[in-house]
Design a protein around this ligand. Structure first.
Ligand code: ADP
Ligand code: MG
Length: 429
């Protein structure tokens, strides 16, 4: 069958038929022309014959013979009438040209529909697949070759799609691994930073504590003698007030040295299971007398089922007293109502208790934030702060195997997050 044949064969066959038809038409036309010329010639001759016949009878026979001879000449020797033959050829050619063009046009449209269109679509498809859309499939069936090409295209797109999805899967896996590695790296960097920081604090602390220790005895002596002189001195003595100031300042220095000694060489610690809410409440009572406390709304938010932590009650109370004192100092607008939000949560996964002390005070400037745990770092007036509160907190929490973190936004507030490892027994509030 013609339509079942391969396209190449069909193409050659079609061109052959086209050429054959052109030639046929040309020769048919030529035949036709030849006959017409002959007929015309014959007619002419008849006319001659007729003319000759009107001549005397005997000669008529002769004339007819001559004319027949003439006809024969014309038919065998067409070249004898060149203009007529040329005209015939030209007409023949134009008719065959017309035939060829019409057939060519029909052939072109047939070719365009059956081959060019699908080829164009397949090229476009390749471009789409190359751009990444590997889900594209084609369904051209115009010729068996085009159908074959479509199927091959679909097979190629299919394997590319499979390949792509495998690559994506691997890439996702790698991205996950990369993310984890990045997280671990960040955690490591953080720990390293903390280590360096605590190392730095520890060095400064040790040095300061050494100095404090050396100063402690002479200062106690100075304070002792000052107090003896003060008791023996009359109150109206002009030196009395000055000596009172000496006593006051010596007491302040002694408090500092005491703080420094707490950092380096704490008194004998007693680690017992402690209830954090109780510690917090006790510390709140200790700062209750502060003037600013009346402008503060205390919001408590404790987990119902908080585990105990193992710690030294005295030291933990000191931590919260220091934190609350700092918060109160940060509330410095007289008639404003501030909030102190205290949260204690159990982190079951990490097996820790997380305590947040959040205030709505003035906040900490970003440039100060990296220094607040350093000894003697203070932004307060001379007699208001020693810069040792957070330094001591840091040391105490470290002794309890916990950690302390801070978040702060200027004019918004500050949050300290203390994490302590849980003890085994749980308490229900
Ligand atoms: N809750 C807080 N709000 C604002 N600033 C704070 C807060 N806590 C600490 N700070 C800042 O950290 C500094 C260091 O605090 P601290 O070590 O307790 O020393 P001190 O209170 O003697 O200044 C403070 O001077 C203050 O600038
Ligand atoms: Mg303080």
């Amino acid at each position: 069958m013609f339509f079942k044949k391969k396209f190449g064969q069909r193409l050659i066959l079609s061109v052959g038929v086209l050429v054959f038809l052109s030639f046929c038409s040309f020769f048919l036309w030529m035949e036709y022309r030849h006959e017409r010329i002959l007929l015309e010639e014959l007619e002419n001759q008849k006319r001659i014959v007729f003319i000759q016949i009107v001549n005397p009878r005997r000669e008529g026979e002769l004339i007819q013979r001559v004319q027949l001879q003439r006809l024969k000449e014309i038919s065998t020797n067409l070249g004898a009438t060149p203009s007529r033959v040329k005209l015939g050829i030209a007409r023949g050619l134009s008719v065959s040209l017309f035939f060829t063009l019409t057939l060519g046009l029909v052939f072109y449209f047939w070719l365009r529909n059956r081959l060019l269109k699908p080829l164009k679509a397949i090229c476009e498809g390749m471009r789409i697949v190359a751009a990444g859309n590997t889900s594209l499939r084609l369904n051209w069936k115009n010729t068996s070759e085009v159908e074959m090409l479509s199927q091959e295209f679909n097979r190629m797109a299919g394997s590319l799609e499979k390949f792509h999805s495998e690559i994506y899967e691997k890439a996702e896996e790698n991205a996950g691994l990369y993310g984890e590695a990045k997280k671990m790296h960040q955690a490591l960097e953080e720990t390293q930073k903390q280590l360096i920081y605590s190392e730095k604090l520890s060095t400064i602390g040790q040095m300061a504590a050494g100095i404090a220790h050396e100063m402690n005895n002479p200062l106690t002596t100075i304070l002792g003698y000052t107090q003896i002189i003060l008791t023996e001195m009359e109150k109206d003595n002009p030196n009395y007030e000055d000596l009172k100031k000496v006593e006051q300042e010596t007491k302040r220095i002694l408090k500092i040295t005491q703080n420094l000694l707490t950092y380096s060489r704490p008194r004998e610690l007693k680690f017992v299971p402690v209830e954090i809410p109780k510690i917090i409440d006790y510390a709140l009572e200790l700062v209750h007398h502060e003037k600013k406390y009346k402008n503060v709304e205390v919001v408590k938010n404790y987990n119902d089922c908080l585990p105990l932590v193992k710690g030294d009650e005295g030291e933990l109370v000191q931590v919260f007293v220091n934190l609350f004192t700092n918060a109160l100092h940060a509330f410095n607008e007289k008639d404003k109502l501030y909030k102190l939000i205290l949260t204690a949560m159990h982190n079951e996964e990490q097996k820790t208790v997380e305590i947040e002390v959040s205030d709505t005070g003035e906040g900490i400037a970003p440039e100060n934030l990296p220094h607040i745990f350093e000894p003697f770092f203070t932004t307060k007036r001379k007699n208001k702060g020693s810069g040792l509160g957070l330094f001591v907190i840091y040391a105490i929490i470290a002794r309890h195997q916990g950690k302390v973190e801070v978040k702060s936004e200027l004019n918004q507030g500050t949050t300290f997050l203390i994490t302590l490892p849980e003890n085994v027994t749980k308490i229900t509030l």
